[in-house]
Design a protein. Structure first.
Length: 68
């Protein structure tokens, strides 16, 4: 799973977005000291939105994995 609880940086000199994907490099670059849990009322990071929600490769839309 690469999806993580929303977090954002409390620093004002960073892009004002929240992250929720463990693979987002921008999210990884947030200093742990300034990392805050939650969305902070900020828009979602576009990179997090583009990254897949899990480790599986992106497949054709409309064909979600079947649950047993
Ligand atoms: Zn992000």
């Amino acid at each position: 799973m690469s999806r993580v609880p929303p977090f954002h940086s409390s620093k004002m000199n960073t892009r004002r977005v929240y992250h929720d994907n463990a693979y987002c490099g921008e999210g990884q670059n947030i200093d742990p000291a300034s990392r805050k849990a939650g969305t902070g009322g900020l828009p979602r990071c576009i990179r997090c939105a583009e990254l897949p929600a899990d480790n599986r490769p992106v497949t054709a839309k409309g064909n979600p994995p079947q649950k047993k």
